[in-house]
Write a protein that binds this ligand. Sequence first.
Ligand SMILES: [Zn+2]
Length: 98
Amino acid sequence: MTKPQPPVVSSFPCTECSAGIMQPRLLTYFTWLNEELITVPSFPAWVCDVCGRREYDERSISWLDMLLDPNAGEPTRKKKIAPRTRPTARPSRPAPES
Ligand SMILES: [Zn+2]
């Protein structure tokens, strides 16, 4: 069995049963945001092949928390609004000096 493994996601022994191997998987991640259930499909996670323990990717979770937390990482909420005063597109001719 020689399967090429991607170097980025490497499986590691399970911390729960220490007998199984945590395999990289893509799961649907569920989390609650106030009263709203958020589902994130294809979320990177590891699943033990013996006891079935799930561990979600820590960096992805912290990234997700940052996205979901309205108070974090977004100092100004009006930043994404496109400026309404844009320079009028005029043909750039040299103005005749009178
Ligand atoms: Zn396990």
